[in-house]
Design a binder for this molecule. Sequence first.
Ligand code: GLA
Length: 729
Amino acid sequence: MKKYLLLLVFTFAIRYISTGQSPAAPTPDVLISIGTLHTDLVYRISGKDKRLYQLFLGPKLINTEVLKQIKNSDHQAYATYGTGNLFEPAIRMTHTDGNASLELKYVSHKTENNDKNVTITRIVLKDPEYPVEVILNIKAFVAEDVIEQWVEIIQNESKPVTIFNYASSMLHFDAGKYWLTQFHGDWAEEMKMQESELTSGIKIIDTKLGTRAHMYQTPVFFLSLNNKSDENTGELIAGTLGWSGNFQFLFEVDEKNSLRVISGINPFASEYLLQPGKIFKTPSFFFTYSNKGKGLASRNLHRWARNYGIMDGNKTRLTLLNNWETTYFNFDQPKLTALLDDTKKMGLDLFLLDDGWFANKYPRNDDRAGLGDWQENKAKLPDGLGYLVKEADKRGVKFGIWIEPEMVNPKSELYENHPDWVLKFPNRPEIYYRNQLTLDLTNPKVQDFVYNTIDDMLTKNPGIAFIKWDCNSMITNPYSVYLKDQQSHLYIDYVNSLYSVLDRLRQKYPELPIMLCSGGGGRVDYGALKYFTEFWASDDTDPLERVYMQWGYSYFFPAISVCNHITSWGKQSLKFKTDVAMMGKMGYDIQVNGLSANELKFSQDAIANYKRLSEVIWHGDLFRLISPYDENRACLMYINSTKNKAVLFEYTLNARYGETFNTIKLQGLDPAKTYKIQEINVSGERKGPLSTENGKSYTGDYLMNIGLNIGSGQPLTSTVYEITEPDGQ
Ligand code: GLA
């Protein structure tokens, strides 16, 4: 009894300390519910302390008011520092008087309908003692089941205040166990998947690369609750940050086994001086909740990305021939003209001229010189880009061009003329990555230079129909002459400056397809992708590697955005290479004149197949059937929304002695429809008999519950099937 009394006194004391007020008659709690078709995110405004708490994140409830019955929900929605929170905060700042604490109390909230499908809820929180306001923005994409969160911080003190932490999102979970799936890599090794259990304490996934988020660690994750999830079972969220620079995901399991997930810009070396009256807006964190495994989470993200996340996600794409791997820097006008012929011969839409076409004083004949001098190289292109555009047009193909406008080689006229436009430390030797340095995009003059370089090129050559925008280096010398004594703004201002240049370009060129590239897949994120139609996934185009890599990307990014090229990497057959590339946005980077007659015919037919089926691959729903991480083969399929056309890809990666592969059960079909199975990509190159399933018809019911007997069982072979409801075409 005595012990109990003591506990009561102690609890009372804690509460008294934590609120700083004497207990008054509590007013009732109010709930803020944000819902999509299948998900609810619910906050509680405490009547007692006026703080905002996250009450629930999970499947759609019939009535969220029942949540009021939950006891002890004390997960602060946007936890601060210095006013009771003893774990990692979402926000931390020091006021002008030196007070390093922040209290946030609920002021108001409002939900508006953007349109029938999108709601935006703005929750205003305020410090009762200091003129600091924090607005939590939560956008719900109803049909796609995706939620976007970002935060605005505003201060009206007499002088600037310093903010040290400024998360985009803070989410809380209460589960028995937490399983984190993360993706890591390097140049030519993107998207390697790892899964581990979160243990108590903090786990951080981040990068500090400046110009890009991706590489080393990718700004995406799955978090499975209680048990590991697979394609069709398990409760999880899939999260990603839309920010093309330093990012951080922080996972903290506390003493009660609760988990907080804090996502946003990496606060590393980035304390920010916020001027009075100015708004600090964080990038957006996007997530989807699924209680039916990773497959559903991916389909939610894909649908959202096509509708809202990437540029023109519901439109079509150009198939192309790129010259990078066939010529590297070594080309001239006749060689390129021949490649235009090859583009036509293959049946492709566009020829993409890669690196090496520019610079004269320091010609771009390798990666050590010329970057930044964006004038046509007179020796290689005596008649300029205009000539190539015209020649392409004559052949009925389009012309596209590579550019890397944020970068400079020290051996360039740009560097000679504007040494102060380059990011580099005073009193230190320059550190290079790929022999180059990053331009100081925080400087408005550099922003104009980047904008004008592209605008001039497109104005002079309006026939340019495609751009590949590269960014081959991270920020290796983080110091800006322009930023003077605010060096800790560099990482944030760089990315915002990039976005403002892209905004300007998109205003003038709203329809130009642009591929996002960053030394392979270094810059893949939804902050950048709203300006880009597609991305270069990796310089590694070995198809065996690509099965794993593309599998990884497919969790978070739709097939229409992932550029897969058929190249000379890897010793596998042309068919295997083609079948692997076809699961996304297919393109070519091969010596067309080195193809045998059979190979040429095979490729022409495959391109025609691709064009016929691209609508399903680009805009259909993806079902991953067999993971290469689980078996010696991989299998996936796309199906259109009316469920009368599907494409299935099967890859045998390896086969142990005596190994037999089971039939593959399909997914996503209409059980009542009858489908015809036709093996494609079989002309010329294909060795051996066609699949025994070729030409057969089955109901969707059969295909999903009994399955297809497909695949040759030979290592590094593949089969592709067109699955059609004949009456439904
Ligand atoms: C990067 C890209 C390649 C190619 C080269 C050109 O590495 O990823 O595709 O464009 O630059 O230098």
